[in-house]
Design a binder for this molecule. Sequence first.
Ligand code: NAD
Ligand code: USQ
Length: 382
Amino acid sequence: MRILIAGGDGFCGWPTALYLSKQGHKVSIIDNGVRRRIDNELHSNSLTPIASLEERVAKWEELTGRNIPVYEGDMVHYDFLKEVLKREKPEAIVHFAEQRSAPYSMIDRDHAVYTQENNVTGTLNVLFGIKEVVPDCHLIKLGTLGEYGTPNIAIEEGYIEIEHKGRKDILPFPKQPGSFYHLSKVHDSHNIMLTCKIWGIRATDLNQGIVYGLETDETKLDPVLTNRLDYDGVFGTALNRFIIQSTVGSDLTVYGKGGQTRGFLNIKDTIRCIEIAAENPADQGEFRVFNQFTEQFTVAELAEKVQKVAREEGFDVNIANIENPRVELENHFYQAENTKLKDLGLEPHLLTEDVIREILRAVIKHKDRVIESNILPQVKWK
Ligand code: NAD
Ligand code: USQ
């Protein structure tokens, strides 16, 4: 299958590109390198040293004989995107290419506007590009579980059956996102849903939970293929942050009470979920939604799990409940459905102590690269 990976230089996109290439698909990448430039803006870095995208794909070709064409450019520039679509004629587009940090989107007006313009316009361009150039192409769009927020009822996969004043309908599940970033994904979902209905586009919205881990079988083949790993207060995510904090003597930064519950999955399952979505395309005109996570935890539970393993590995780690920089519920009901990907064949890699230990041992090698002043959160929601 010809698969275009937008955002193929990022944390999820790079290992997905390699995995799908290994599986025999004809993979190409679009990326404008903005994530690397944001590191400069924030005076931050990936914990792991990462080669340039050019070096990465050259190494992959050297090792496997498989070529991954790279198109350096911006999804917001429609003429560029259209040319790539004409040249590659993808049968599936995996769209990762968005600004994905909630704290980054909350820095100030400029960052909120950038996030929503980049994400919403990029996705609109993909939708128009599919309509005009490759109408049969399947859009596999990365959404987020946080689109739903934390309602006091079970979260369904995209749709809920509602009975109201004696009548019934199946309607989009209510969205209550908690940041300008998460809101950008809601706007995307609405735009995609409309174009499925009016133009017959086939689309899968993957409402993904928080991804943890670092390496996959493919990225481990050579140091040049190593994946990026964020740990700072803006782009670092829970669990990955805790594991890295435990290796540098920092307290584990649980925000507030720590009862915030979220869905999580291993990066090894992200790549498999994308493969499953690609191999089982949505029907023409179908707006399909999968909740892409394998387990749910509170933030406090994760910190305790990391503390236990880190102590066994010889690190004396404390958990600190620091003031929550965000506006969010810290104790709440949470139960999200996640059966659709499993029904299609996903066999989850669950979060065992051995998995935490493996990630911890992988990050220790790079702990000297941690810029400690970037660990504590600086961005406040209010
Ligand atoms: P990332 O920032 O590491 O990767 C995104 C990539 O897209 C970067 O390489 C960046 O340079 C590129 N990009 C951004 N805007 C672009 C544009 N306008 N044109 C071209 N390239 C552009 O992020 P990630 O962690 O790999 O996340 C990928 C996707 O998955 C995002 O859409 C994110 O919202 C979603 N997601 C991520 C997680 C997670 O835990 N990392 C969880 C749920 C959903
Ligand atoms: N948290 C802590 N301590 C930390 C970091 C985070 O307690 O050091 C808490 C946050 O307050 C929040 C939860 O952990 O309650 C998750 O925060 P996060 O930074 O790990 O994740 P989030 O901001 O939700 O965003 C990440 C990705 C985003 C993706 C989202 C999936 O950056 O791209 O969309 O996870 S989800 O959360 O399911 O919406």
